[in-house]
Structures are given as structure tokens and as C-alpha cells.
Design a protein around this ligand. Sequence first.
Ligand code: CUK
Ligand code: CUA
Length: 866
Amino acid sequence: MIKYSNKLVLLLVGASLAATASFASEGELQKVMKARGLSEIDVVRAAKTYNPSGVKDEYVVFSSGGQSGQVIVYGVPSMRILKYIGVFTPEPWQGYGFDEESKKVLRQGNIRGKEINWGDTHHPALSEKDGKYDGKWLAINDKANPRIAIIDLADFETKQIVVNPVFKSSHGGAFFTQNSDFILEACQYAAPFDNNYHPIEDYKETYRGGVTMWRFDPKKGRVQEKESFTIEMPPYMQDLSDSGKAASDGWGFTNSVNSEMYTGGIEVGMPPNEAGMSRNDTDFLHIYNWKKLAELAKDPKNVKMINNHKVIPMDIAVKNNALFLVPEPKSPHGVDVSPDGEYITVCGKLDTHASVYKWSKIKKLIDNKEFEGKDPYGVPILDMKKSLHGQAELGLGPLHSQYSPVDGEIYTSLYVDSQVVKWNYKTLKILDKQNVHYNIGHLCGMESETMDPQGRYIIALNKLSIDRFQNVGPLHPQNHQLIDISGKKMDLLVDMPLPLGEPHNAVAIRVEKLNGHVRYTMGTNSRTDTVHEGKTLAGQERVERNGNKVKVYATMVRSHINPERITVNKGDEVTMYLTNLERAQDEAHGFTVDHYNIHASLEPGKTSSVKFIADMEGVFPYYCTEFCSALHLEMMGYLMVKDPNKKYVSAQKTKMQTMTPAQLKAEYDKTVATNAATDAVIQSVVKFLKENKYEKHKVVADLVTDAMDQYGKIPEQKKLANAAAKAGNMENAILFENMIWQYMVKTADVGIRAKDALVRLIATKQSASAAAGEKAFGEGGCGGCHVIGKVSSGPDLTGVLERHGKDGTKWVKDFIMKPETMYNDPYTKAMIDYFNLRMPNQHMSEQETKNIIEYLKWVDENANLF
Ligand code: CUK
Ligand code: CUA
């Protein structure tokens, strides 16, 4: 057995001793069901959404965060929240808005010089290749302050915010075209494109709506503002949109809600907006050929520059047969294009019907120039009846639709009825209805907005949760409900409270398509993905002063910040560049200087900077804000701000008792001995790894690199320790030796993880029964006393089948199933005395016991590895 130093044993074995799992025996399930009042169907639903510890989800959902201005990430089917991404609103955990790099992104969203620190996010969209999600980028709109943001799915960080130069609000976006060449963003409330005052009486003449076509570079993942353009449209208040696909690729579709062009005026005795804006029986679906318009926009003759942005005037679009209208039932909301691009479903909140338009019919009317007339702005209007495939009566308040992979199958939300309706958009037949709680907005199917919808689940994004959750005050969380759509009937599985703004839409992607990384190349500015000017490696830490500008180049690594003392003058402008030197997965550090309203999150390899004017005199601790290691609390330092105009008198020194030279020497010797013992453990692990060719396995090799990184720091500390000892400075010698021990523990921690991973990779293959046995062993709590390969609170089980003679297997079986009958056997008695513990009856079934024996056989086969 390997000899561990005491401290190390405590650290490394502590976790396994504490893990005494409970176990399930027959009747246990019934007992739990009874105690919790669960029916059989409840348990089935629970089983459909339950992820055992460590098991991951099949889909990842990106939900808009409504008024929080953020994006919420969660898993399906577990509905577990994974992340909030800071987008339009500062988010301190990620340092978003509190470090310099992210501030630059947030400030791209300033409008006319004004800082805006929130957003109203509505529609997230995932980038596509050939009409399918590629897992690279996420775009989302801000309705309140017309902007669009781009999030990089390599690190789930916001990289760009673009302000719409002509809209004053924007709603119908973001929607990617099928190869992510463009992102559609329709305006909402019509307003003048310029920034001047125009009286409301001039609404029809000077207020405009439109759709902005943001040019997107799918390789760089950035909107190219100069190559983007806006299609001018009548002031009808454009609403939701969708981009065409397959058959209708190259075209865009946008609803509108105020073709009346009503402008209200309650305060002067006019009927309110809501009455005037819903007077007509129909509004207009806008149909435009964005591909053609993109070509036209390249010629300056076809565009008008407004606020430095290209706008294609309506008459140019009309003249080039690129803009049309078709009536749709009044005050519509959602428009959704089918996976083959042939059907366009429009739902009107005030109409009980869904209207299904057929692209081939529309296209024919356009090609034949068969129009029923023109609107006041000269835009050709297509005949509604001739464009429609048909209408289906769904219920009250239909809003949004999602497609499934089943031919003709579509799901639509009914806001007023609080229902999801499943119907067929080809036969126009209703198939099923499901109650939801309450007042549903969007629906989110799995990749349902692509040419490759996955089916299986749909999520109801409900606006009101009313009585579904524990009361947390008058402001309630939203309620996202997961619905199983794999059967003939929908089945509501589970509720998830969502407490961060009012999400409008969400998009879901298969997890296999996501490729998030776990560390940055050393010294990366994550917001630009370039090498940071402040990148600092170990040994390069320094403070530079230039007049009253102070630059600190600092590093962070478990468990210290270098430098640990910084003194500046009151009034200095201080910039601190921080580099996290870690390479280990999930070893993030956070950084703040108390009282200075700054914070940075430093994931492995990242460099960020914080900047502040040291305008308060005093002593300010700075520290790491992530509990990153056992010595996390010690990961700190002091910023001292001196007033250069003051004279400081140093305090009288208190006399402290000090250790005698003999005591110091004894402590030093003890520390050195502990380090030698710890190093022996490390060497044994290293020997094992080398003998078993760890370098052939990437996962293990990465861990070993991490471990050796830590180990490599020891010689330098050793030199310092020896020098201090030689100079007779035993205090410092002890401290440097302690530092060596810190690095050793870090090395051992990762090294042992590498060893465990390697054992898994090189051991003989487990039979199904042995695997089940290992699971039973773990879940039955056996590991609480028995550690394979080691004597723990119970004997080592390697070789247990052999040590009881040729009937060893039977002996083990009996001992597992009815240990109490054997407590008086001489061998067992001796063991009980030795360990001061009796083997408990864990009520394993015969099958579980058999499996455990198979597992123990597998252990013996691989005994050399434990
Ligand atoms: S909208 Cu809110 S429920 Cu902005 Cu897509 Cu329909
Ligand atoms: Cu680094 Cu705590």
C-alpha cells in the first residue's frame, strides 16, 4: 500500500469516506410514492425528465430573458438551468460590465452617445448551415433599444452589439437566413428613420416601418454593419417575421398589426390605440425578396443613406418586384415557415383561425403580376384567397407555431385558451389539445425552426404562473412547461419556474452540435479572441508607472495573486491586467478590489483588466471571488492608497513572542519530511501513469500536463527554501517549504484524477453484469467502507473471491446477503474486532449480489491497476 502523508490522506480520502449512499430495496418506490403522494403517471413523468447525477441532457435551450436583457441556458429534458449569459445588461458573475473588455462590448450598444444598461430580449436565433443548426453563434434582439447581439457558442460570451441606426424599436428578429448570410430584424413601432422631431399628424408621410437585413459573416461571427441595409416599409407596425427556407429561400415574411395607421390620442379625447389599431378585418403580411434587394443595395443609386446606413426606399423595392403585401386576419402575431419552405402559417391573436399560406401560390401570383390592387404607398397587394392553402379554427388567441418532423404536424399556442393545439397544416384537422399554465406565448420545439425538426419535446413558454409555485411575492416567475410530443397525445411532464425577466422565445439545439471549450489559449482577451495586451506569464508580474497612470500586470493561480501588495497615490488611474495561469478545467478565479465597483471572472487562460481612479485614500483588500482551492481565502492582497500630500507616522511596534531557534528548526524538519512523504505518493502515481502509457490517451495526457504544470513550480521554491535555510532565515524557509507542499497537493489532486481516468481506459472490458455490479456497489453504499485497492474502514476487496478457498464465491455471496449469520465465524469475528465495524445487511437482491461478484472478478482481473 502507498504511504500517504497525513495531510494528504485527509484531503484525498475524505470525500470517499463521507459518501455513504442510500440504497433502493424492493418496496422502496411504493414507500416514496405514498409519502410524497405521487401517482404512477407522476413517477413515469418524473423518470422521463430525471437525470441521475452526472448524466447530461439531450438538448440545450437558449431562452430570451425578456426585461432582464440576458439569455438563459437550460437543458432538456431535465429543465435544469445551466447559465445566464450577460447580453445587454451588466452581469457581475461573468464580470460583464465590470471589467474593461466586456464594458467595450456593452458600450457598443450606446445609442446616440447614451449608455444603455438593459434590454428587452425577445427572439434568440441559432446560426444555420444549409437550413440546419451549426452550433456556432446565437443572435438575439433588443426590442426596447433597437439592437442585436451576437453570442459566441465557443465560450457562451457576448461578442458584439449592433445598434439599428434607423429604427426606434425592433421586434421581428433575430432570424438567420438558411446559410447565415443575413439576420432579419423587423421594426415594431413605426417612427421617423431620421433622428428629428416629426409631428404625429405627419405619421403617414414621415413615420416608417421596415426590415433590416444584417449582413453576417458566419466564419468570424460578426455582423458587418457597412454591408447591411434596411428595406423601407409603410408605417404598418411590422411584427414577427421568419426567413424563407428551401422552396422560399431568398424571401422574408413579416406580419404587421396596424395597417389602419392609427395613432391614438386618449389624452385629446380620441379612442385609444387598441381600438383604432384593430378596426380593420385584415392587416398585411409583407413578402420581400431579400436576396434581390441585397444585390440592389450594392448600387448607391438604389439606396438612401440615413444615419450612415443604407435604406432601400419602397419605390425602388416595388419597381424591382421585390416587395408585396397580402392580407392576413387582423392583428396577427406569429408567422412560421414550414421545414420545406412551402407553407407559411400566420396566427392572429384576435382571430380563432390559423391561416396557412402556400408559397407556390404566392410565387405564381407574383410571377404573373396578378395583383388585387396597391396600397397607398404603391406596394402591390396579392389576393388573400388565392394565396391561402386554407384556414383552421384552433381556439382563442393563437400566437406562435412550431413544426415537428411528422409530415403536416404543427403545434400552436393559444394565449387566451391557455392551450397547445396539435393540428395538421395540410389537412387543417385538429389532432389534440393540451392545457398549460397559464397564458402561453411562444412554443419551443427541438430544432423546430430549422429544416430538420427533431420532435420529441415541446416547451410551453407561459406568461403567468399564478398558483403553480410557492409564493415569492407579487412578482411571479414565468412557467416553462415541458411537453412530451412523442406519442399520439401530448403529455405535460414538468413545470420549471424561470425567474429572470419574461422570456418570449427560446430555441433548442442537440447537444452534439455544441462545441464549447474549457480553456482559453494563455493570455486571451475573450471578447475579441485575440492575445491580450496585458497578457502576463509567471515571472512577468510587475507594476509600471507613467505619471499618474499605474499599470499592474498580475497573475492568478491557485492560491495566490501576484503581486500581493500594491501602493498607489490618491488620484492615480489604476489599470490591473489579470491573467489566470491555470489550465485545469473549471479552475476559474474572480477578482475584485473592495469598494471600487470592479469585478472580473478569469477562466483558465483568460486575461481581463479592471480600471479605476484610486480616489479614496485607505487600505483596500483585493481577493479572488471564486472558492478555487483549499487556500482560496488566502488568495488576496492589499491595495494601499496614500495621499501624497500627507505625512504618515508609523505605528509603535508591539512586541510579539517569537519561536526559539530550536523550535523553528523542528518545524522546518517536519515540513521537509512531510514534503518528502508527499512526493513519494506523487512519484508512485507518476510511475503508474508512465508504466501504463498515459500519453496515448488525450484526456489523461491533458490532466497529466495540468498536474506537471503545478509540479514544475517546485524547484524554484526549493531553491528559495534552501537559500533561506542556509542564510538562517528559518521563518522564510518554512514558508517556502509550505509553498512546495501546496504545489504537491495540487499535483497529486490532478494526478490521482488522471490515474483514475487511465484505469478506466486500460482495464479489461466490463461485462454488462460487472458494470451493473459496480453500480450496485456504489449505490448500495459499499464504497463507504471498502475502497478497491486500499484498506479503508473495511478490508480491501481485491482478491476477496480467492481468500476464502475454492468456495470463495459462495462465501462472498452469503456474506453480502445475510452477513448477520456469519458474525460469529472466527474469521469474521477477527475482522469485526480489527475494524470495529460489522458488515451491514444492505438488502441486496440475488441478482445484485451476482452482479457485484462479477464486478469483483473484474477487479481481480485488473488487480495490477488498483
Ligand atoms: S413575441 Cu412575446 S409572446 Cu416578442 Cu415573439 Cu409573441
Ligand atoms: Cu482563486 Cu479563489
